[in-house]
Design a protein around this ligand. Structure first.
Ligand SMILES: Cc1cc2nc3c(=O)[nH]c(=O)nc-3n(C[C@H](O)[C@H](O)[C@H](O)COP(=O)(O)OP(=O)(O)OC[C@H]3O[C@@H](n4cnc5c(N)ncnc54)[C@H](O)[C@@H]3O)c2cc1C
Length: 421
């Protein structure tokens, strides 16, 4: 049989690795434990709402170049939609104020000097203080470099970093915050346009990738849980699924599973072990025509409201404090915020709803966890790692997951090329 790369895990890291390899003409087999692909970025039919929803709303920015490149390769670039410029409507539930942050397209940040574009209640010089975050010393936390207080922090920097890092910014890694800011806000509005998969994550990131893989001769197998890895002579010899899969001399494997699974499979592997939750709420209601596709909310339980054709969905990051709140209480509290911001429905009576709590949504973006992230290489010559938790330099995001998969694919390719010389 032709040399094969076995990709274990069909989340975005595994899929992007498989797509990269299939594109290059390699023989690929993807093994996924679940009955569907997508991992933490998936759509499914929800019986309570009787509609297809995403496990969580996913926001990308137009500066996420690897994600956009992946979508172009699988023919799905048009599945992400967003405004033509980096405009972010906000609502403050305490003061009742509304404003739209408008980051100008180019690199020179003149939006900071324009009262009509910047955050209300802030001065241009307030923004200078946060420039310190762009070049942080190693191991610093955000709270050690800037004051996590004041109108600019509460109305912009805090919400932005919490969404990107899924960790309270005060304790979060300044290096990870810096990498997000350097690739987006510091580049200008052209890299900050908010993008969402209006037709659902599955129809943008997953179904077209599976289609692409099939069309390129790759096999994707579901219900295939990797249980152990046998090694011999410095390489992986067998992948133990329910039955053993022996790797031939030229074969390679990419392990694209969550960090807790990878640690159990790969002896001696160190990886992030602290996580943060994300809570999403979905309400089956048709939003009013003028509702923006995404609204930032400050001083509420809700942080971001996403408007789809048939529902309003809410994201709350770093949401471990809400994991034990009864679902009904959570739905009512969240709906009150949503109804107030969007001006729709009866504030006291939520429409049909669903609450999705992802306990281990992402690793905690703390300096100590950042230090534990391994690169793609392992001690075995034919095994590489991928996943949003590997050392991508980014927090746990779609962009990071896709970059990690592409990088692991690059290593596997060079190995295959070298071994056939
Ligand atoms: C609610 C929520 C909201 C989010 N919001 C955003 C956002 O707005 N923007 C953003 O960029 N990112 C967001 N993220 C993060 C993003 O979803 C992840 O970073 C990304 O999906 C991780 O992909 P991955 O492939 O690294 O891991 P995973 O998606 O976890 O994929 C791992 C795969 O491995 C499979 N697997 C596990 N064990 C085995 C085994 N033993 N054998 C075979 N297969 C196995 C799993 O079933 C899974 O399919 C969010 C995440 C969540 C949960």
């Amino acid at each position: 049989m032709a040399r094969t790369v076995h990709v274990v895990g069909a989340g975005l890291a595994g899929l992007s690795a498989a797509v990269r390899l299939a594109e290059a003409g390699e023989r690929v087999v993807v093994h996924e434990a679940a009955g569907q692909a997508g991992g933490r970025c998936r759509s499914y039919h929800d019986p309570a709402l009787d509609m297809e929803i995403d496990n969580g709303n996913h926001l990308l920015l137009s500066g996420n170049h690897a994600a956009l490149d992946y979508l172009r390769t699988i023919g799905a670039a048009d599945r992400l939609v967003g405004p033509p410029h980096a405009d972010f409507p906000f609502a403050d539930l305490k003061s009742g104020e509304r404003w739209t942050l408008r980051i100008n397209d180019g690199r020179v940040p003149w939006w900071v000097f324009d009262r009509g574009r910047r955050v209300p209640g802030t001065r241009a010089r307030d923004y200078l203080a946060f420039a310190r975050l762009l070049r942080p010393p190693p191991d610093a936390a955000v709270g050690g470099l800037v004051a996590c207080a004041g109108p600019l922090y509460e109305r912009l920097v805090g919400p932005l970093l919490l969404a990107a890092l899924n960790t309270a910014p005060f304790e979060a890694s300044a290096a990870l915050a810096a990498s997000v800011l350097r690739e987006t806000v510091a580049v200008g509005g052209r890299a900050c346009r908010p993008l969402i998969a209006r037709g659902g994550l599955g129809s943008a990131f997953i179904a077209p990738a599976l289609e692409y893989l099939r069309a390129h001769g790759a096999a994707v197998q579901f219900g295939r849980r990797l249980r152990a890895i046998d090694v011999a002579d410095g390489r992986v010899a067998t992948l133990q699924f329910d039955e053993p899969l022996r790797l031939e001399r030229d074969d390679a494997a990419i392990l694209a599973v969550p960090s807790v699974v990878a640690v159990a499979l790969v002896p001696g592997l160190q990886a992030p072990s602290e996580f943060r939750a994300i809570v999403n709420a979905h309400f089956r209601i048709t939003p009013r025509a003028q509702t923006p596709s995404i609204v930032g909310v400050v001083n509420g339980t809700v942080e971001w409201i996403f408007a789809f054709a048939d529902r309003l969905s809410v994201t709350i990051s770093g949401a471990d404090r809400l994991l034990d709140t009864p679902r009904e209480t959570l739905a009512s509290t969240i709906w009150r915020d949503v109804a107030t911001v969007t001006g729709i429905g009866d504030i006291e009576t939520p429409p049909p709803w669903q609450i999705v709590r992802e306990r281990r949504a992402t690793f905690a973006a703390l300096p100590a966890e950042e230090r534990k992230r391994p690169g793609p290489q392992t001690s075995w010559s034919n095994l590489w790692l991928a996943g949003d938790w590997t050392a991508t330099g980014l927090p746990a995001t779609i962009e990071g997951a896709i970059r990690s998969g592409q990088k692991a694919a690059g290593f596997a390719r060079s190995h295959l090329t070298a071994s056939t010389r």
